[in-house]
Ligand binder design. Structure first.
Ligand SMILES: [Zn+2]
Length: 587
């Protein structure tokens, strides 16, 4: 199922263009100029628009990686390799004698006029940069960076860098993204035009630390990439230390409009819970009929309660707004005494699907160092895919490498499901915790379940675990059956984790997707993601109030009809659309 996996990866790469840049891709109908993606011998593309009636871009065998797909599409969009820039000799040394004879031309330098730099600085992180061993005769590096700390950065296999995206937007003279909606890190004490209000005196406050924790914001937590942050960081905090049970404090984003067909959005933010286990952080969306609708309609989308946390925790909340909406963070005081409250920081919102499983491992390095030759394996709780397959995600740590895996486990509807469980794309990801979602360069790898993935005695990995799995006792002391752990033993290393914000405040975050690609195999498109309803006992909650009044209201404007203009980064401006057909040829 290589073709299927490649199509799934290409779709993921398109979403990354939609989040990071102003470029969009749509299916070709009858246009003269379009890209035809084919499975030929290798990964390649022409540079820029070259041919009418089908311009071929090849995603061949072993090209089914997001960073490779992005690289080839950037060629098609007009990009040359980064180390071909006219000024590259100021940044890298090309070791000609180490280059294979037939490939020496690939290292030529472009003239200033032909370089596609758009005035951006030389970027060692570019997805268009060759690696240190590219086309080497096997006798050492072909490229040496003048600044040695980038020697292991060039040729990175993560994806488009922030400068690649900036260059793309400058080249196409657009800056509005299809899928990215907002980011707020409360930098310099600003609130990104969010509004707040509360019933009692305990509203959301912008702070730099809280007595009961956290002692600093999330944005400026140290990472492997940056250990000496001097900046004072801000975050939002709602105390539950005083007041009455049920007291409610709200923090509300600006209204946002939707741009994509599927009504699927992902809210991600970090929270710190230093209150009582009975306190609650509720995530609502308020949808408006139109710009004139003053009150809107609230729906509960997420709910955090229970024991306090000792670290900032990443939370994803899947949303399905269908019209103009805002997100409401509601902190609600519980029945028992509290000495703290809820804090939030680094809020991002995108029109993309949320990851299906998140595994946050705090004090990760300690785990790394304490683990000798023995592997430590950390499992997620049991998950259910949309169709009802039960699985767990897992991370293994030994002294050198981190492995990421998925395994099928027995579930509630195994008898009604089709076995083996094939054509599912598993995506393993290590999250780059760079605070601004749009600037992240996470590492991801995907594979698709198939009949060929089997043990030496022929048992397919994806058969019903009740029939071929092993019986174990899970974290809830229940007996379950588990299939084999399938994934990558050497997904990453501690060395690689220190290149970017993969370890932040000592925490590593891995995400997993389990996606049914069967519709693609049958020639149709993937359906829109469906949300599981929020835990039914929570639906009885009510929050009847109108939106918090906007802090920029002037007395001459009646509050009920105020429609605030969007911040510049959210302003609507036409995004560019590229046409393509996905057609992977049978070999
Ligand atoms: Zn290339």
């Amino acid at each position: 199922m290589e073709e299927l996996n490649a199509i799934g990866v290409i779709l993921r790469a398109f979403d990354s263009f939609r989040v990071k840049s102003c470029i969009d891709f749509v299916p070709r109908i009858s246009e003269e100029y379009y890209i035809s993606v084919q499975k030929l011998n290798g990964c390649f593309s022409d540079i820029g628009k070259s041919e009418a009636n089908e311009q071929v871009l090849s995603i061949g065998k072993h090209c089914d990686f997001v960073h490779i797909v992005e690289h080839e599409f950037l060629h098609a969009l007009g990009f040359f390799h980064e180390q071909s820039r006219y000024d590259r000799d100021d940044y890298v040394t090309i070791v000609t004698e180490n280059i294979q004879e037939d490939y020496k031309d690939n290292f030529e330098v472009l003239s200033r006029e032909n370089s596609s730099t758009q005035g951006t600085p030389y970027d060692y992180w570019s997805v268009m940069h060759y690696s240190k061993y590219e086309f080497s005769i096997g006798n050492g590096s072909t490229i040496i960076t003048k600044d040695p700390k980038f020697q292991n950065v060039i040729g990175q296999t993560l994806g488009m860098s922030p400068l690649d995206a900036l260059e793309l937007n400058l080249f196409y003279k657009c800056n509005s993204t299809i899928a990215f909606k907002m980011y707020c890190g409360f930098t310099n004490g600003t609130m990104c035009e969010m509004n707040r209000c509360s019933q009692s005196g305990n509203g959301w406050k912008i702070v730099t630390q809280v007595h009961g924790g956290p002692s600093s914001d999330h944005t400026n937590l140290p990472s492997g990439n940056n250990n000496n942050s001097q900046e004072t960081g801000y975050f939002m905090h709602a105390s539950t230390a005083s007041g009455l049970e049920g007291d409610s404090a709200r923090l509300e984003t600006q209204r946002m409009d939707l741009r994509r067909e599927c009504n699927a959005q992902c809210l991600q933010f970090y929270y710190y819970h230093s209150g009582n286990k009975s306190d609650e952080l509720n995530i609502w969306i308020r949808e408006f009929q139109d710009g004139q609708d003053p009150t809107g309609t609230l729906r509960l989308m997420g709910h955090i309660t229970g024991p306090p946390t000792s670290h900032w925790k990443l939370q994803h909340v899947s949303l399905n707004a269908t019209k103009q909406f805002q997100v409401v963070f509601e902190a609600r005081k519980g029945a028992e005494n509290s000495t703290g409250g809820f804090s939030v920081d680094d809020i991002s919102l995108s029109e993309t699907e949320c990851p299906h499983v998140t595994l946050q491992i705090d004090e990760f390095e300690k785990l790394f160092n304490s683990t000798s030759d023995i592997k430590t394996i950390i499992y997620s709780p049991r998950q259910y895919s949309k169709e009802g397959y039960a699985y767990r995600a897992a991370a293994s740590i030994n002294k050198t490498f981190v492995g990421l895996y998925v395994q099928l486990v027995s579930g509630d509807s195994d008898n009604e499901l089709e076995w083996p469980c094939l054509q599912r794309q598993i995506t393993l990801q290590m999250l780059d915790q760079t605070p601004n979602f749009q600037l992240q360069m996470s590492k991801q790898r995907s594979f698709t379940t198939s009949q060929n993935q089997a043990t030496s005695n022929g048992t397919v990995y994806w058969t019903n675990p009740r029939e071929t799995g092993e019986q174990i006792v899970d974290e809830n002391e229940g007996l379950i059956y588990v299939g084999p752990l399938v994934g990558l033993h050497k997904f990453t290393s501690l060395e690689e984790m220190q290149l970017r914000d993969f370890l932040k405040g000592g925490s590593a975050i891995f995400t997993f997707n389990f996606q049914d690609l069967t519709p693609l195999a049958n020639g149709s498109t993937l359906p829109c993601p469906q949300l599981k309803p929020v835990n039914a006992t929570q639906l009885a909650k009510h929050l009847d109030e109108s939106p918090c009044p906007s802090w920029t209201l002037s007395t001459t404007v009646p509050p009920q009809t105020t429609v605030k203009s969007l911040a510049p980064e959210m302003a609507a401006s036409p995004a560019l659309t590229f046409l393509l057909v996905l057609k992977l040829l049978e070999l």
